[in-house]
Design a protein around this ligand. Sequence first.
Ligand code: ADP
Ligand SMILES: N[C@@H](CCOP(=O)(O)O)C(=O)O
Length: 326
Amino acid sequence: MAVYTEVTDEALCAFLEAYPIGELVAFRGIAEGVENSNYQLKTTGGDFILTLYEKRVDPTELPWFLGLMRHLAAHGVECPQPVSGRDGEALRELAGRPAAICTFLPGVWPRRVRGEHAAPLGDALAGLHLAGQGYAATRANALGPLGWQPLLGLCRKDGDSVQPGLIAELDAALAGILAAWPAPGSLPEGHIHADLFPDNVFFLEDEAGKPRISGLIDFYFACTDLLAYDLAVCLNAWCFEPDYSFNVTRASAMIRAYSARRPLLPAERAALPVLCRGAALRFLLTRLFDWVNTPPGAMVTRKDPLEYMRKLRFFLSAETPEAIGG
Ligand SMILES: Nc1ncnc2c1ncn2[C@@H]1O[C@H](COP(=O)(O)OP(=O)(O)O)[C@@H](O)[C@H]1O
Ligand SMILES: N[C@@H](CCOP(=O)(O)O)C(=O)O
């Protein structure tokens, strides 16, 4: 569930007076999502998404995220655009939370990933990286390599209750990944989405039934980091079958489409195995942290950390870029 903060009719109507988007017709909470509370709004001015930012988003960072979305939308990326109020401000407060209204995107995210999603995704990811180039402000990746050791430390006490021996296995994997991680400045950097999972990518079908991307959402992990790391996140999130076998054909199609729009440097391609290991570890650690540190009834939706242990093991065994479709 992801409606953590309830909003009353009265509070919402009063809130909407600040915006030039007409009057409220209907609204409903959206159950999907993990981090924030989302509502779909219908007003006499159209359809919108209202997001109330919950505790895990640092409010001082919200202007950076909203600015990035605005910049990307202005440079051709289909993504939600923050709607400004009559005073020019997109960010205000509702029900005691920072809140913003964004444009509604058509389409649905794929409940089951298919091969034909891979090329549009690779192309859209490269488009996002290119469009992000002119956004000057930067945001460090709090969930990058420097954050992994402290996060693992916070899971140390209870991690083995999820799987015996897990912490020792993660200690060894982390040491290897950090030792092989690309040196600062050695690979191209820019603004990355950093969480481009299937539930953050909307598709529509064309007349022939072929999926095309109608929008990318959820930029609240976006940051400035290695561009190829974003591709590694997608290889993790999109290229495994339900039985955890890696679909190398799908991965190749994604990497090829990415490279057709933003050619990968040989050094980026060579780094893909370690970047994929790092990306698997990153999602494993945040899921493990939530798993072992979330008291019952807390407002966090927990996801299975062991899914990413299996992916990490695969990437640890894949030594060459070719083994992962590169
Ligand atoms: N701009 C948008 N247009 C249409 N639907 C949206 C939009 N933003 C969010 N949603 C809906 O809300 C759900 C949760 O959004 P998401 O940003 O992933 O939440 P969270 O940050 O809590 O993970 C999405 O799966 C989608 O159904
Ligand atoms: N994609 C992450 C969790 C973040 O959730 P989102 O709903 O904000 O995309 C994971 O799968 O661990």
